[in-house]
Write a protein that binds this ligand. Structure first.
Ligand SMILES: *Cc1c(COP(=O)(O)O)cnc(C)c1O
Length: 372
């Protein structure tokens, strides 16, 4: 990689210790490296952590979301409501099940889907809502659940960025009918590539198990009950995930501490809007995302380029809302349809916040912003 400045601070940095390495070695030496006892142990520990009956491991967060929609029976003719301001996988899985993607705009202050906008989009065909806890900040679960109960719609949590987050004293993963997590390398806990699904519903859990393994019932091999995929996680990666799962709170708390410090230091910079946390929520800061408004002394893109030139790996999540991409745009110009999301895409940027940052790194970032 080209060295662009004296200092380099990456936007993410997976924390792999000697315990992860030892655990991988143990699996490799055991000769049992496909989905086996370590996957089962990871599932058990994660279910316990989230306070749910079932956790199922799969090989990505995308697979977790796709499997969740399958388990709920989402298919052709159904509509699924979600946010346009998210990573593309959230909406791609709806298309994978041949259902219709219906977007609802976000809230200005927290970038999450706006319950009032959801209500406007509910029809007889609405089968599910996929709620994304963007940047690690929980959606308004109480309001979403009320809407779902009233209209008999399923609530799917895309909590790929929010492992360990809490809402109203409850862990994310226990608040939706079914929740998807990602263990991708940049997420708050990771195993390279992987995913987890949580639910309290036994029949949903059984359908997930089938779908991740070619549509086979777990006790009857080579009896293909329905269409399925190979979405299995293996024990090598599960060993990393298991060690990481023991550190969720420690890693998240370091992110939260970094976020508090940044917010304190940046609170007096004119024209920046800093992340807000609702009382009763535990935001786990997968990203620390600021909004650069026109009251700031420069542009968002100017600040981004400046920080990057000084070695600070800041990024925009996400530069373009999903309704503007061809697979979702229904062959028309949809600019202006989700104005809050479109404005956010023009103004947000995320600063490094990961647990490996030192106080010196944070101070370096803050001083650059102040002196810009
Ligand atoms: C990371 C992520 C996904 C997909 O997870 P993968 O493990 O990369 O497949 C889905 N939704 C959101 C919001 C994500 O951040």
């Amino acid at each position: 990689m080209k060295k662009i400045s004296e200092k380099t601070i990456n936007i993410s940095s997976p924390q792999v210790g000697s315990d992860e390495i030892a655990a991988v070695n143990t699996v490799l030496k055991s000769g049992m490296i496909v989905q086996g006892p370590v996957v089962a142990e990871l599932e058990g520990k994660f279910a316990e952590y989230c306070g749910v009956k079932f956790a199922l491991a799969v090989n990505s967060g995308t697979a977790a979301l796709h499997t969740a929609l399958y388990a709920l029976g989402v298919g052709e003719g159904d509509e699924v409501i979600t946010t346009p301001f998210t990573f593309v996988a959230t909406a791609n899985v709806i298309l994978m099940q041949r259902a219709k993607v219906v977007f609802a705009d976000i809230e200005e202050e927290n970038y999450n889907i706006n319950p009032e906008e959801i209500v406007k989009k509910v029809t007889k065909r609405t089968k599910a809502i996929i709620a994304v806890d963007l940047y690690g900040n929980p959606v308004k679960y109480n309001e979403l659940k009320r809407i779902c109960d009233k209209h008999k719609i399923a609530l799917v949590g895309d909590s790929c960025q929010a492992v360990g987050a809490e809402y109203g004293g409850q862990k994310i993963g226990s608040l939706s009918d079914i929740t998807a997590f990602s263990l991708y390398a940049t997420k708050n806990i990771m195993c390279g590539e992987g995913g987890l699904i949580t639910t309290d519903d036994e029949s949903l859990a059984r359908r997930c198990e089938m779908f991740r393994n070619h549509g086979q019932d777990k006790n009857t091999r080579y009896e293909y009950i329905d269409l399925g995929y190979n979405y299995r996680l293996n024990d090598i990666l599960a060993a990393i995930g298991l060690k990481q799962s023991e550190k969720i709170d420690k890693l998240n708390n370091q992110r939260i501490e970094n976020a508090l410090w940044l917010s304190k230091e940046l609170s007096h910079v004119k024209g920046l809007i800093l992340p807000k946390v609702e009382s009763g929520s535990k935001h786990v800061f997968h990203q620390y995302t600021i909004r650069v408004t026109d009251k700031f002394k420069g542009t968002r893109d100017g600040l981004l380029a400046y920080l990057q030139s000084k070695g600070v790996g800041c990024r925009i999540y996400y530069p373009k809302p999903l309704h503007l991409f061809p697979q979702f745009n229904e062959r028309r110009d949809r600019r202006g349809e989700y104005p809050v999301a479109e404005k956010a895409a023009e103004e947000v940027m995320s600063l490094p916040i990961h647990p490996q940052l030192t106080k010196e790194d944070l101070l370096y970032i803050v001083n650059l912003i102040k002196s810009f």
